[in-house]
Ligand binder design. Structure first.
Ligand code: AMP
Length: 213
């Protein structure tokens, strides 16, 4: 099954992608994660992407489309995958439609005020990527991941000024994708303000009704 998670930064795409990945045994492909790894290792791609990411702007389409095209050639995607954070513009969606057909597009809807609160308090594990929040999902030991014991850090782009820029980019460049996929009759709209388990069950109800626990 090929799934695409759409929604603003902080909507819970990563959390749902991980739950879907475990349930369906298909990989999560997050362009944000791939780009952050490239930045960390100072590769030529990372150096180019960093300029944009640090400002809360989108990385140019040709860069991310090239990256996805290569990723989708790997062996582990044979039975499907979950795209998380790609596409983010209409040209990216058009490029994707030339590479493959997606089964379901899941649009997680969350108001901006909630997103600012979620993102500015978000803490991420540097080792396994598990996500916590300083107020509503605190780790058992401060700054330590419950899952793997890794250290938690605040993403550079989870700073309030940059969050506002990322939301601006979302409204201008990514939100029009909902209309694009609605036209293709592939869009599933989900209320992303509920708790992760309820959101997950709402998604399963549509894509895999017999798998609801
Ligand atoms: P994310 O982790 O998905 O919030 O992505 C973090 C940052 O990576 C974004 O703010 C963009 O700068 C960049 N990025 C990730 N995915 C894309 C994409 N599909 N197109 C352009 N830029 C992207």
């Amino acid at each position: 099954m090929k799934l695409l998670l759409l929604g603003p930064p902080g909507a819970g795409k990563g959390t749902q992608a991980k739950l879907l990945m475990d349930k369906n045994n298909i990989p999560q492909i997050s362009t944000g994660d791939i780009l952050r790894a490239a930045v960390k290792h100072s590769t030529p791609l990372g150096k180019r992407a960093k300029e944009y990411m640090d400002k809360g702007a989108l990385v140019p389409d040709d860069v991310v489309v090239g990256l996805i095209r290569e990723r989708l050639k790997e062996d582990d995607v044979r039975n499907g995958y979950i795209l998380d954070g790609f596409p983010r513009t209409i040209p990216q969606a058009e490029a994707l439609s030339r590479i493959t057909d997606i089964d379901y597009v899941i649009n997680l809807k969350v108001p901006d005020e909630d997103l600012i609160f979620r993102l500015s308090g978000r803490r991420t594990c540097e080792k396994c990527g598990e996500v916590f929040h300083v107020k509503f999902n605190r780790p058992k030991v401060e700054n330590i991941c419950d899952k793997c014991g890794g250290k938690l850090f605040q993403r550079k782009d989870d700073d309030e000024e940059i969050i506002k820029k990322r939301l601006e980019a979302y409204h201008k460049q990514t939100n029009p994708l909902a209309g694009y996929y609605r036209k293709n009759k592939k869009l599933i709209e989900i209320d992303g303000t509920k708790n992760p388990k309820d959101i997950f069950n709402s998604i399963l109800k549509v894509i895999n009704p017999e798998a609801i626990s």
